[in-house]
Design a protein around this ligand. Structure first.
Ligand SMILES: O=C(O)CCC(=O)C(=O)O
Length: 263
């Protein structure tokens, strides 16, 4: 079901576990239901380590292409221009098929965002900012951890099954005094909700190389990092539409290179 293939990366082969169409229904059902699907060891540890070094060098050498430089969540938009290994993640045919099936119209990953989280002056840093939904309608993202992620170095967190149309989750919002129609919540407003719903929280502590597909319309955030560093790659998948490229270029003008659909 899963094949091992390699892409050349400097002098060493990079190994992704290639996902194929045989599991696409399983992946889609999981993302549409609980909101995620997880694959450990999607990328080998040696490549994760090489990519961490490469991204660290890029961040220090190219601050003009890094958003949030020195602020604890440093982001490189369109990181596919930084390494052929990252480009291969963007252009994997399985992802294109998954995106198209997910949205029901021709769709693709538009770019990869690479980020590094670390602790700066005890500032609370959550990857992706506050608790949020990216949008009210389903949106597909794929994240690869490039670091081993524990409870301390900013694990991705979500409330499974919390898509907008979930009446159970809308009731939980109202019980905690929150408006379910909002899409972003400050920590202090969210505290009561978090306490009341601890049992439902899914926290992705996992090894470097783990792949997580998720519907970013579920409620999610990165847990505030308290020690260490976390590197990750996130693929942003959209309906293939020229307007989307214009919008993305405007939103991320400091990207590492042009934001464009793969041919
Ligand atoms: O990187 C993370 O842990 C959170 C990601 C996130 O909030 C997002 O992609 O919208």
């Amino acid at each position: 079901m899963i094949l091992r293939i390699g892409w050349m990366f400097d002098d060493s082969p990079a190994h992704y576990e290639r996902l194929n169409s045989a599991i696409i229904d399983e992946v889609l059902t999981a993302i549409r239901g609980k909101g995620f699907w997880e694959a450990p060891s999607f990328l080998d540890k040696r490549t994760c380590s090489t990519l961490r070094e490469l991204l660290a060098t890029f961040i220090s050498d190219n601050p003009e292409h890094v958003v949030g430089s020195n602020k604890g969540d440093e982001r490189i938009w369109a990181a596919e221009h930084v390494s052929p290994v990252i480009r291969a993640f963007k252009e994997d045919p399985f992802f294109e098929e998954l995106c198209t099936r997910f949205y029901g119209v021709p769709s693709q990953p538009l770019f990869i965002m690479a980020n590094r989280l670390d602790l700066r002056d005890d500032r609370i840093v959550r990857s992706g900012g506050r608790w949020h939904r990216d949008r009210a309608t389903p949106q597909l993202k794929a994240m690869i951890y490039l670091s081993d992620v524990t409870d301390a170095n900013g694990p991705f967190q979500m409330y499974p099954y919390s898509q907008v149309e979930s009446e159970a989750w809308n009731d939980r919002f109202e019980l905690a005094g929150l408006d379910p129609a909002d899409t972003r919540w400050d920590d202090e407003d969210f505290e009561q909700f978090e306490l009341a719903n601890q049992a439902y929280l899914k926290q992705f502590t996992a090894q470097a190389g783990t792949l997580i597909f998720f519907d970013s319309s579920v409620i999610h955030s990165g847990k505030p990092l308290v020690e260490g560093t976390r590197y990750a790659l996130t693929s942003y998948c959209y309906e293939k539409d020229k307007k989307m490229v214009r919008k993305a270029r405007k939103k991320w003008p400091r990207a590492a290179g042009p934001i464009e659909w793969a041919q």
